[in-house]
Ligand binder design. Structure first.
Ligand code: PHE
Length: 442
């Protein structure tokens, strides 16, 4: 078997992991889910969820990946639990589930870059979204998005993923900062900051049953957890760098970029009298397009904004494709480009219902958030916390020597985190069943 790939540099790993984390979750979903769940109060719960639940889970995935140096399925065999390969496979399945519709949204974004340059949505933002979001157009751009993703993954870990994300991630940061600076100059931006940053705790108390599962689900989604992705990426980490530090950097960067996205979106919406609470997958598109249609230089700014979103979405989709490609490469059965193409084609077909009718997209998304992600993370945490246990701590601490932090991590995973995830799963299931959302929109 050919030598297995490793990241050329530590930075390469970090940038790829940040590229996976930062995506539509931060820019498309985060603002509209914040708006739908009470504004700033959601931000507070989300931040607690990211640090208290997301980070320990991310470290759990890193531990499995670096320890086994193999794909997310065989990792469990290598650790001595061949039956538990099902956990890795379940993660990969969820990644598939999510990327199928993620790519449809990625296609919309690509379409909006072109639409901005041509001013296509300027006269009627709402109708424009309706005309491109479903049907043959949406399928075409979904295919295009998937094709670019396949192209990067086909080039390999170093010359494809590492090289691409090293350009993509810094671009996202720089452009987002520039856009946030521009947003700050909008008259009326202050109301947006208030809405985003000034929590009303009464809302939380009244709607905890909805807010908490969404915030925790969002923490998993945004950190690419429960999808076998971070296991795969960390399996290419060769040296003994500190996983604690790397995990911390990924979480901080991902959160900063998410907040930055809010600092672009909310001021712009409020400055243009767009109500952010008209929540839904179209919120970002319609509302931002509406805003761009009203400002000087709107074509350019619109293309820039949707361009950033597109880059962020691509670097996430890439990471999921790599999960499957790494499995196939470890089995040395087929060439990397072939596997990438086959995986991409499967994802394309799976995404067609979502591109045909947004009810499907919503169904896929809801099930992923409320059921699959928390369930997958729960299984993983039980495995790492209670079965691997001390072995996991040893692995975590290679490259850093902080026994105290290691034990804190293990006990947090074993208790608080697992209990919180069970609670989230229960709340999510309850709303799924009571709301009837579990039934596919046939
Ligand atoms: N972390 C990504 C985001 O926030 C989510 C994601 C990554 C989804 C990879 C699918 C695959 O957008």
């Amino acid at each position: 078997m050919a030598q297995r790939a490793t990241w050329a540099t530590r930075l390469g790993f970090l940038v790829a992991a940040i590229g996976s984390a930062v995506g539509l979750g931060n820019i498309w979903q985060f603002p509209f889910k914040t708006a739908a769940n009470g504004g700033a109060v959601f931000l507070v719960v989300y931040l607690i969820a990211v640090v208290g639940i997301g980070l320990p889970t991310l470290l759990a995935e890193f531990v499995i990946g670096r320890r086994t140096q193999t794909n997310a399925v065989d990792a469990f065999r290598k650790l001595g639990y061949p039956k538990l390969r099902v956990i890795g496979a379940f993660g990969a399945f969820i990644g598939f589930w999510i990327v199928s519709y993620y790519s449809v949204v990625g296609g919309w974004v690509g379409r909006y870059v072109i639409g901005s340059l041509r001013g296509a949505y300027f006269s009627a933002p709402q109708q424009y979204f309706g005309s491109i979001a479903v049907g043959p157009d949406a399928i075409f751009f979904h295919g295009l998005f998937m094709a670019v993703t396949v192209g990067v993954v086909a080039l390999g870990v170093n010359s494809g993923i590492e090289r691409a994300t090293k350009v993509m991630v810094p671009s996202i940061v720089v452009l987002m900062i520039a856009l946030a600076g521009w947003a700050a100059t909008r008259p009326g931006a202050m109301a947006g900051y208030d809405y985003f940053l000034d929590p009303q705790f009464g809302t939380l108390v009244a709607n905890a049953g909805d807010i908490v599962p969404f915030a925790v689900g969002q923490a998993f989604f945004t950190l690419s957890l429960g999808m076998a992705i971070m296991i795969t990426y960390s399996s290419y980490v060769g040296g003994d760098t500190s996983l604690l530090v790397d995990g911390g950097i990924v979480v901080v960067m991902n959160t900063l970029i998410g907040v930055l996205a809010g600092l672009v979106v909310f001021p712009v919406l409020f400055a243009n009298n767009v109500d952010p609470a008209t929540s839904g997958p179209d919120a970002l598109f319609v509302a931002m397009a509406n805003a761009f249609s009203q400002v000087p230089g709107g074509r350019f700014l619109g293309a820039l904004f949707f361009g950033v979103v597109l880059i962020a979405a691509l670097s996430s989709a890439i990471s999921l494709l790599e999960v499957v490609v790494s499995y196939a490469s470890d089995h040395a059965s087929a060439s990397r480009p072939r596997v990438a193409l086959l995986t991409g084609s499967t994802l394309f077909v799976l995404g067609i219902p979502s591109a045909w009718d947004s009810a499907w997209l919503g169904w896929f998304d809801t099930l992923a958030y409320k059921l699959f992600l928390p369930l997958s993370v729960l299984l993983l945490l039980i495995f790492v916390g209670w079965i691997l246990a001390d072995e996991a701590v040893d692995q975590l601490l290679q490259g850093s020597d902080n026994r105290w932090l290691g034990s804190l991590w293990l006990w947090t995973v074993r208790t608080v985190v697992i209990v919180a995830v069970i609670g989230t799963l229960a709340l999510g299931l309850e709303t799924l069943l009571l709301g009837g959302d579990i039934v596919p929109p046939l």
